[in-house]
Design a protein. Structure first.
Lengths: 194, 428
């Protein structure tokens, strides 16, 4: 048994220690925001935070994560009460297919937690490892700027800097809609790898 | 009597010293070369400009003379040296801030003798100790290419150098000791391709600037040519008979590695070498083949090939040297590095990598922490970094396991320090 702290909650996980974090998040903890894209740590759709730093959960075995703080999109807010990063992405309608968006949000969250006044150039450089095939980059960049403004502005919510523990883990409306599609997608992608 | 003698001695010493300083200043003095009006682009021969572009790529000019995120050739990149920080200059043909008023004579003097148009000595961070070999034709081609670039207004920041290194005329003394002026003398015992390779590699290519160790005054130690050096927090491996590569390099493999940035039996170029390989990919094949043939001959037969106990083994065979490292390798690294995907899409078998069998743990640690990134706008190998997940202890166990089980080499010393230094260089 490995104890994982995800979004402020402690979980005793029965998966083998060499299991990638992504599989545990999705298959055991039903946290379906992080996506299986390439499975090789090259596309960024599986990005989560480990102790505040962006981490590719598809290539990170859980044996490395005991005692570490893991944050997923579910930890940024709920469908009823989305956090600033989530609100910004909804308001800018940044998602086309939406598959890359959770990874984009988490990497952007890592940047803004450390530097909420990041410049456009810094945001671009920081998000560079995450790929989007639909081409919604301009909207994603606008959303990150908007999130930054919310986090530094007068109406900054307390969930800005410390991710709230997600209680019942309802997916955000955004990721809910495509969870069926996700499952089909990841099955399709996994097979040729084997 | 005694006092008088002392005073006379002091006076004599004073005059003697003064005369020496005067003689040195006279020796160090270089005349300014008159400024010219920036020559119009049409005055240059198109073929010379094209050849100049290739030579500038081989010389990695843009790599140093471009600040991160800055305009190409506009300078401002900080070069850390043991003597302080030197900023690369603006070599666009801008008139006030670049080299727009430099004649070809001034340009040629700068690259061959390390003296700028105004007559000031340049620091050997600019590798004129190599460029001194560049012949007239190539120097003219470089000038034609550089002077036809877009002028960019960018003031070069001031260097931060400690006394006495901040006095440029001191460099005349450095040159007296260490600059062996060109032109390149062909070795008549060797064929034309070898000589072409030696001219390109030791001249404009300045391979030894990283791959040859330096002495206390920052000059390359000629007796240890290509014996391995340091570059920007990376180890530049020995590329002579001391190479620690499990598989001996030959000209054909080097040609592929230098022009593509990877070789399936050697691995990927990383660190500063990634940019070098990227630059070399724009060169005509004959040039890269010539360089490969020359470097392969310098490597020749190796003095001490590493034990080949690891050859043919997969990482998961045999008793692991430590269980933590073995478990991390199996869970984190093996799916790419012991998988069936060939390079450049899969990872190299680690026993083949000089980062594992080589003389220093620096590069292995750098790559595990930061991964590999394709240079912006280009295709290249990608590996995710693990700096956010591996603790120092886990990283040290992993490195120890890879070194002894895959590299079949005695442990590196000072891994703890290397990890600490690599972390402190951690970007962003």
């Amino acid at each position: 048994m490995i104890e994982l702290r995800v979004n402020g909650q402690s979980h005793n996980v029965s998966a083998d220690p060499d299991t990638p974090l992504l599989y545990v998040l999705r298959d055991e903890l039903q946290l379906n925001a992080a996506k299986f894209g390439c499975g090789l740590g090259q596309c960024g759709s599986c990005t989560v935070l480990v102790d505040g730093a962006p981490t590719l959960s598809c290539v990170t075995p859980i044996m490395l994560l005991e005692g570490r703080q893991i944050t997923t999109v579910e930890g940024l807010g709920t469908a009823e009460d989305p956090g600033p990063m989530q609100r910004a992405f909804i308001e800018e309608q940044s998602a086309q297919c939406g598959y890359c968006i959770p990874g984009m949000m988490m990497r952007a969250q890592a940047l803004l937690q450390r530097n909420p006044r990041a410049t456009d150039a810094e945001i671009r450089a920081y998000l560079e490892p995450n790929l989007c095939r639909c081409g919604t980059h301009m909207r994603i960049l606008r959303a990150v700027k908007r999130a930054a403004a919310m986090m530094t502005g007068p109406d900054a919510s307390p969930s800005t800097h410390t991710p709230v523990p997600a209680s019942a883990q309802p997916d955000t409306s955004e990721t809910d809609g495509d969870s069926q599609r996700d499952r089909r997608h990841s099955e399709k992608r996994e097979r040729p790898e084997r | 009597m005694k006092k008088f003698f002392t005073r006379r001695l002091v006076v004599r010493l004073f005059w003697g010293l003064g005369a020496l300083v005067f003689a040195f200043l006279l020796y160090a003095w270089r005349s300014p070369i008159p400024p010219i009006d920036a020559p119009a682009a049409e005055t240059f021969d198109a073929a010379a400009v094209r050849r100049g572009a290739q030579l500038a790529a081989l010389g990695d000019c843009a790599t140093c003379h471009t600040a991160p995120g800055g305009e190409t050739f506009a300078g401002g990149r900080a070069v850390e040296t043991p003597f302080g920080t030197i900023y690369s200059t603006n070599i666009t043909p801008d008139t006030p801030t670049g080299i727009g008023r430099w004649s070809q004579v001034a340009f040629q003097r700068a690259i061959r003798e390390g003296v700028d148009r105004e007559g000031d000595h340049l620091y050997p961070a600019f590798p004129y100790d190599h460029f001194t070999l560049v012949n007239d034709e190539d120097s003219a081609a470089l000038y034609a290419y550089i002077m036809t670039r877009q002028p960019v207004r960018a003031q070069t920041p001031d260097n931060h150098l400690a006394f006495p290194f901040n006095m440029r005329f001191m460099m005349a003394g450095w040159k007296l000791l260490f600059l062996h002026s060109g032109p390149y003398e062909p070795d008549t015992q060797r064929d034309a391709q070898w000589n072409r390779g030696a001219y390109l590699a030791n001249g404009i290519g300045h391979c030894g600037a990283c791959h040859t160790p330096r002495n206390g005054l920052g000059a390359e130690i000629a007796a240890q040519h290509f014996g391995g050096g340091e570059a920007e927090g990376w180890r530049a491996y020995a590329i002579n008979a001391d190479s620690k590569s499990l598989e001996a390099w030959n000209a054909e493999d080097l040609h592929m590695y230098l022009s593509k940035g990877w070789h399936d039996r050697h691995g990927d170029a990383h660190g500063p070498m990634a940019a070098v390989a990227q630059n070399l990919s724009s060169l005509p094949d004959e040039d890269v083949k010539a360089i490969a043939s020359y470097v392969a001959s310098v490597m020749g037969k190796r003095s001490s090939p590493p034990a080949s106990a690891g050859a043919g083994k997969t990482a998961l065979d045999g008793a692991p040297s430590n269980d933590t490292g073995a478990a991390i390798y199996a869970a984190t690294c093996a799916s790419c590095h012991d998988g069936t995907r060939a390079l450049p899409f899969g990872g190299v078998k680690l026993m083949l990598s000089t980062a594992v069998t080589g003389e220093s743990s620096t590069n292995l640690i750098n790559v595990i922490l930061d991964g590999l990134h394709a240079p912006e706008g280009t295709a290249g190998a990608i590996m995710p970094g693990f700096s956010t997940t591996l603790t120092d202890g886990q990283l040290e166990s992993l490195v120890a396991y890879i070194r002894s089980n895959l590299g079949a080499q005695p442990p590196w010393t000072g891994v703890e320090n290397t990890v600490r230094e690599a972390r402190s260089r951690d970007r962003d």
